[in-house]
Design a binder for this molecule. Sequence first.
Ligand code: UDP
Length: 194
Amino acid sequence: MTTEKIMDFPVDIINYDDVIDDLANYLQTDKKMSAISVNPQIIIEGQNYPEIQEFVKESTHRIPDGIGIVLVSKLTGGQIKERVAGIELMFRFLDYANAYKKSIFLYGAKPQVVTDAAKQIKKDYPNLILSDKIDGYTNLSEEEVVERINRAKPDFLFVALGFPKQEEWLARNIERLDVSVFQDVGGSFDVLSG
Ligand code: UDP
């Protein structure tokens, strides 16, 4: 995979199919896959969060999320030609989970939003397993959230706490989570919930 740097942030030159092609390999092994959205906000505001910069560097897939990234790449003589939108990638992951009966866990957003998003997902992707969900304003401690996810052992964990919470949360917890594929999805549950 080729990587380009935009203001010190690594961004991978990949498209949706590349990410999905890699999925099977990660799901078959113990190796964790983390698909992290590199968008203008994370590049600009992320400068103030060294732990997020480090986390992005260590993530397996740093997706060029947004036309702004494609434009900056073009203006600086880079090779990124195609945008990979976080929500679109989440739909691709859900398609895969549906096709191969994989399990997912939703963490984040307001209680009603995550409930409605879960309902919509079950309707649109009836063959995937929705193992559990936790809203982003829960009274559960971080330990308890991690325990609940680890009890569910989902194949996919979608984290929707917004920037910078979701990246910080993932950076702190990814190592101890029994999950194969991680994605930070920002406001995607809000979109899904309609
Ligand atoms: N959110 C959350 N817990 C928080 C803060 C935000 O669950 O403590 C959720 C919020 O309800 C929304 C999602 O994070 O569903 C994304 O928030 P926002 O639109 O601010 O983030 P962005 O999409 O801009 O990253």
